[in-house]
Write a protein that binds this ligand. Structure first.
Ligand SMILES: C[S@@+](CC[C@H](N)C(=O)[O-])C[C@H]1O[C@@H](n2cnc3c(N)ncnc32)[C@H](O)[C@@H]1O
Length: 162
């Protein structure tokens, strides 16, 4: 497979997963967390799929999003996730879905962040809350959920808070 084909497959899988997750939480109240705003592509997709009424909080170290994909200031949370996510959790905002897209070329840093993130999300989400992640997560209370057909097993991961 060429790199172009691999890239297209990755984006196809990501879109399938985002559409599936948006459908899965459609009838569930609560905010959505976009962990890793980056360019804002997946934020923009979730915003389009979930509709204007849904609060989406976007997290990143710094703002580097396309101007059309910048969240309102009160829902843009900048800084190191290890600081900002626990501070957000302390606010007690009910969360329906957390989408984590945090992977980078630094394999060790990505793995360390994923190891930290799983227990954080397990503590933050209410029972039934959904996690969609580009990295496998492990934490007591996070139960793996099957993804739609067509998503390769190692591309995306989903969990429901028990
Ligand atoms: C793969 S990009 C996100 C792409 C984005 N979802 C999109 O569709 O455009 C990963 C982002 O996660 C952010 N990130 C990675 N580790 C982080 C951390 N520990 N704290 C805050 N942001 C982090 C990076 O700054 C980067 O913008």
């Amino acid at each position: 497979m060429s790199r172009l084909e691999s890239f297209i497959r990755r984006l196809d899988a990501q879109r399938l997963c985002l559409d599936w997750a948006a459908g899965a939480v459609a009838a569930r109240p609560g905010a959505v967390l976009e962990l890793g705003l980056g360019n804002g592509r997946t934020y923009d997709h979730l915003r389009a799929r979930l509709g204007a009424g849904r609060e989406i909080y976007a997290f990143d170290r710094q703002l580097a999003a396309h101007p059309g994909s910048v969240p309102p200031a009160e829902r843009l949370i900048l800084g190191e996730l290890r600081d900002t996510l626990p501070a957000f959790a302390a606010r007690g905002v009910p969360v329906a879905l957390a989408h984590a897209d945090l992977g980078s070329g630094d394999v060790a840093a990505t793995a360390a962040l994923a190891a930290w993130l799983g227990p954080q999300l397990a503590a933050l989400l209410p029972p039934g809350g959904l996690v969609l992640s580009d990295q496998a997560l492990t934490a007591p209370g996070l139960e793996p959920v099957g993804l739609p057909a067509g998503v390769p097993g190692d591309r995306y991961f989903a969990y429901r808070r028990a």
